[in-house]
Design a protein around this ligand. Structure first.
Ligand SMILES: *Cc1c(COP(=O)(O)O)cnc(C)c1O
Length: 378
């Protein structure tokens, strides 16, 4: 059968904003200013306001955002080269790459099997291994931080970095105070990779923080380590955000909450309609904005590949996030780690269903009904 329910098509996702995107791109092209400038300043103001932080620094992509935060923490003496950074073992490889590129040591810990996120238990495990920082990953759009984790991190004096690449606009309930992603840790890295909830039309990223010194250091490191023109305080990089991408993002960012709300509606439709004992549904968060459903991920223990083949045969495209955890990738074969049974189990069970604007709520209901007719014994 041909594809009836595509996983995603970015041209379709961007279609409603096409005239504004084209106008914004034209304006940058006509301006003659192609590095930095007002579009980047505006994007930074928009991100600081969205995340309720005092600072935002536009950068080249999400991986660079995370690496620059860690490198800035080293430059400021808050971390030492080689220090351990706790990171959930089922994350996308970029989280781990940022840690090793910064000269730090990943301390891989197992996630909670139900939230598929870092938990207090995982955090404790990493603290016991002597880690000095944590990179919590709001995987699939779900906030991975709570009051207990905050207390543990404070007691251990950890630097807290958020990998917020998948969770723009999510709001954590930490204690009684709602806190948007980007304002949960000491600093957060965002990605605007085109498939993210707010996607640029190419690579782009951002760092948010309430720490002025950290923001300044990230900004300098991203610009050859230069704190002022032709003066290099650090041996930095070229990791700047392009103004043409900032212009695209300034069109898209004001629509973040409504775009996330549409993802939530589809997630609710799936959760309310799928009733197949072979399929484990993602837990609904206690508050609707605590998860922005970057992916809608079900688990199909023992039958994942047959389940995907069945859906393909019924015109439903799916994906896997992620089939091989970082510690089992060829590049990290030599990376020491404790046993990670949950991360390895999840990699064999997870399936992502369509959740973008290419899928209407009624499509989600139809996909759910197709799933309900799946029989793993056939
Ligand atoms: C996408 C992603 C990144 C990396 O972002 P890029 O902009 O692609 O470099 C990092 N962490 C997670 C969890 C991601 O999903």
């Amino acid at each position: 059968m041909s594809v009836k329910y595509p996983f995603a098509n970015l041209a379709t996702v961007n279609e409603p904003l096409m005239p504004q995107l084209i106008e914004a791109a034209s304006s940058v092209i006509r301006s003659g200013r192609y590095i930095g400038g007002p579009e980047v300043d505006t994007l930074e103001q928009n991100m600081a306001s969205l995340c309720s932080t005092s600072h935002a620094v536009g950068v080249s992509n999400g991986l660079d955002a995370l690496r620059l935060i860690l490198e800035a923490m080293i430059e400021l003496g808050r971390l030492q080269s080689g220090d351990g950074v706790i990171v959930p073992a089922n994350t996308y490889i970029a989280s781990v790459l940022a840690i090793t590129h910064a000269g730090l040591t990943p301390v891989l810990v197992d996630p909670d099997v139900n939230t598929m996120n870092l938990s207090a238990a995982g955090l404790q495990d990493g603290i016991a291994q002597g880690a000095k920082a944590v990179m919590t990953v709001h995987l699939y759009g779900r906030v991975a931080w709570d009051e207990e984790m905050e207390r543990l991190a404070q007691e251990a004096g950890l630097q807290v970095v958020e990998d917020a690449a998948q969770a723009i606009g999510a709001i954590g309930i930490i204690g009684s105070t709602p806190r948007p992603t980007g304002a949960i840790g000491h600093a957060a890295g965002f990605s605007f990779y085109p498939t993210k909830n707010v996607g640029a039309l190419g690579d782009a990223g951002c760092v948010t923080t309430n720490d002025a010194a950290l923001a300044d250091t990230v900004r300098a490191l991203a610009n050859y380590g230069s704190d002022r023109r032709y003066h290099n305080l650090y041996a930095g990089h070229n990791c700047r955000l392009d103004p043409i991408q900032a212009a695209m993002l300034n069109v898209k960012l004001p629509h973040t909450a409504e775009a996330n709300a549409r993802r939530f509606e589809r997630a609710v439709a799936y959760n309310n309609t799928i009733v197949n004992p072979a399929v484990i549904l993602p837990a609904m968060p206690s508050s609707p904005t605590e998860c922005v459903w970057h992916q809608y991920v079900v688990r199909v223990p023992g039958h994942r590949d047959e389940f995907r083949q069945y859906l393909t045969a019924h015109g439903v495209e799916t994906d896997i996030h992620y089939p091989i955890p970082p510690h089992l990738q060829p590049c990290y074969m030599a990376l020491p780690h404790s046993p990670l049974p949950v991360a390895e189990q999840l990699a064999t069970e997870v399936v992502s269903l369509p959740i973008t604007d290419c899928t209407s709520v009624s499509d989600a209901v139809e996909i759910a009904k197709i799933i309900n007719r799946y029989d793993p014994t056939k």
